[in-house]
Structure formats: structure tokens, C-alpha cells
Design a protein around this ligand. Structure first.
Ligand code: G3H
Ligand code: 13P
Ligand code: ZN
Length: 314
């Protein structure tokens, strides 16, 4: 189906508006009814545009029919400013599949490929996607791996500012994810002193004025959720994210999309752990899932207002 049938929009106008008005569009990952409902309610209540991000594994987890059924059930209109985005698409086929389902935006992640192969893959996806007015994100440079354990990822390399103009021109993509020191997961920094590489971001922004730049691995890892998780049986010492102040600085430097998944995972887990602990005889999943959902809603509201600055933009 065409994404317009679902009331979705692509990210082109979203990013133009975000760039002109110095805010970032939040891309929140979801993988079930609770996460989707919390994110969409927060965006609606904040009058914020939002990118609903679905990884390949989340797509598999929900199943395409249930996923698209939930999107249909949102009864969206283009003026709601909602995009459905494939996050970290690993292949041309994954992007085509998402576009055929009704996604309005795809990321083709060839960041681990050699430069020329990354260009070829991104260009091929952009050629296909643009026929359907679907926007395309690609990545240059690599972030640390997607860590779930208490370890730092490996194999990160910063984006080379000298490559970005060639890459964007050769691929015809609509937005570029860059590596300036963020990483996926809950263990992003060894100490509170580590800063993002704003010097690299500045050079990239100078090379690509007004071109939408994207930050992955940008969860702030709110301390209150880590604390609750640890208090109620969890074990997440040393979890540390990107401070809100650094993210806001990045937004001022033309980061137009900020990806957040781990913060929602933490918020949800904190709510579930506390609810189960507080009511040990309870066994109604709606109680603990509801607490997780509420925490995600609260956290999305907080980040929309205090990091993205996307409230009251639609
Ligand atoms: O950037 C990656 C996202 O956090 C998605 O992770 O593949 O576990 O859904 P996932
Ligand atoms: P976090 O792990 O920092 O939430 O990053 C999410 C992300 O980049 C999704 O693509
Ligand atoms: Zn990512």
C-alpha cells in the first residue's frame, strides 16, 4: 500500500521545517502496542512531528500485518506530521519490502561497507524509493555496536567531513546519519567528561549547509530510570548516555533528527520492575505494561520539550 493511504508523510518537509526553525524531529523506536501508543500520544499532546522508527527485528517481532494494522488504527492525517521509518535497513530488499508495506521513509545502513559500496547501495535505494516519494537516510562513519550488555561497543569511526559532499551528491539521499561519538545502547560513555566531537559536526555542517543531519545512538539514559531499575532488582551500573545539553547543542548545529530507543526501553523496564515489586501478588499484565507505557509517554514528553524542541511545531 502507499504510505499516503495511512495518512503518513515522508520526512522531506519535516526536515526543511526543523532546519529552518532550529529543532530536531524525534525518531522514537517502537515494537508493540504500548510503545507505539505512548509515543504517538506524547507527540499529539506536544503538537510535535514524530518519526515512528521500526528496526528490521522489530518488524519481524510485530509481524507486518499487525504493525500496519496498528498504523491504520491511528487514523492519521498528513497534518499530524507522522512518518513511518525503517531503521537500519540492511539491504535493498528490506527497504523495498518496507516501502511496499507503506513506510514513508527508509534508512539504508551501508555504513560498515567500503565507501564506494555504501554509495552504490544508497544510490540504488534512493532511485527506487524516490519513485514512490519515500525519503531515504544513509550513514557515513560507524557507531559503536548495538550493545545490550554492560560493555562498550567496538568498531566506531567518526565520519570524515571530506567525504560528505561526494556521498550526498553521488547517492541523492535525503538525510545523512553521521558518527560524532554517539553509540547505540545504554553504555555510551566511560566518564561524564566525554564530549561529542562538535568540531567534526561543525565541519560537516559547513560542507552541507541546510542538509538534514541525523544523530543515532542519542539516548540520554535518564538517571532516574537507571536508579529505579537498579533499586528493583536490575543490574545496570555504569549506564551513561549523551547529556541533554550536548544534544541541544547538536540540534543548534543542524542535527534535524534524533534517534531514541534505549531511553524508552529503560523507562518501560523501570515501570515494569517497580510495579511487579510493589504488588508481588499482582498478575494482570495491563498493570505493569501500563506502568511501562506511562513512563515512555512521560519520557517522550520530556525529550520533545527539553531536547528536540519540537513541541508546538505542528
Ligand atoms: O539502532 C537500533 C535500535 O535500537 C533498534 O534495535 O534491532 O534491537 O530493535 P533492535
Ligand atoms: P539509542 O540506543 O541511543 O537509543 O539509539 C537508538 C538508535 O539509534 C536507533 O536507530
Ligand atoms: Zn541507530
Amino acid at each position: 500500500m502507499d504510505y499516503k493511504d495511512f495518512g503518513l508523510v515522508n520526512t522531506k518537509q519535516m526536515f526543511a521545517h526543523a532546519s529552518a526553525n532550529h529543532y530536531a524531529v524525534p525518531a522514537f523506536n517502537f515494537y508493540n502496542m504500548e510503545t507505539l501508543s505512548a509515543i504517538i500520544s506524547a507527540a499529539r499532546d506536544m503538537h510535535s512531528p514524530v518519526i515512528l522508527a521500526v528496526s528490521e527485528s522489530a518488524l519481524k517481532y510485530m509481524g507486518p500485518e499487525l504493525l500496519m494494522g496498528m498504523i491504520w488504527g491511528l487514523n492519521l492525517k498528513p497534518e499530524n506530521g507522522v512518518a513511518l521509518h525503517l531503521d537500519h535497513g540492511a539491504s535493498f530488499d528490506a527497504c523495498v519490502n518496507a516501502i511496499k508495506l507503506g513506510f514513508s521513509s527508509v534508512m539504508i545502513d551501508g555504513s560498515k561497507l567500503p565507501f564506494d559500496a555504501n554509495v552504490d547501495l544508497a544510490r540504488t535505494v534512493a532511485e527506487y524509493a524516490h519513485k514512490y516519494n519515500v525519503s531515504v537516510e544513509a550513514e557515513l562513519g560507524t557507531l559503536s555496536g548495538i550493545e545490550d550488555e554492560n560493555t562498550h561497543g567496538t568498531e566506531s569511526s567518526y565520519t570524515n567531513p571530506d567525504d560528505v559532499v561526494n556521498f550526498v551528491n553521488a547517492t541523492n539521499i535525503d538525510s545523512l546519519a553521521i558518527a560524532i561519538g554517539t553509540s547505540h545502547g545504554a553504555y555510551k560513555r566511560k566518564s561524564d567528561n566525554e564530549e561529542l566531537r562538535f568540531d567534526i559536526l561543525q565541519k560537516i555542517a559547513d560542507q552541507l549547509p541546510d542538509f538534514p543531519l541525523v544523530l543515532h545512538g542519542a539516548s540520554s539514559i535518564p538517571e532516574k530510570y537507571v536508579k529505579t531499575i537498579n533499586e528493583y532488582g536490575g543490574k545496570m551500573s555504569n549506564a551513561r548516555g549523551i547529556p541533554a545539553q550536548q544534544l541541544r547543542r547538536a540540534v543548534e548545529m543542524n542535527i534535524c533528527k534524533i534517534n531514541v530507543d534505549s531511553d524508552s526501553r529503560l523507562a518501560f523496564t523501570a515501570g515494569v520492575r517497580k510495579t511487579l515489586f510493589d504488588a508481588p501478588s499482582g498478575f494482570n499484565p495491563r498493570d505493569y505494561l501500563g506502568a511501562g507505557k506511562q513512563n515512555i509517554y512521560d519520557n517522550c514528553i520530556d525529550e520533545i520539550k527539553n531536547i528536540m524542541g519540537s513541541n508546538n511545531q505542528i
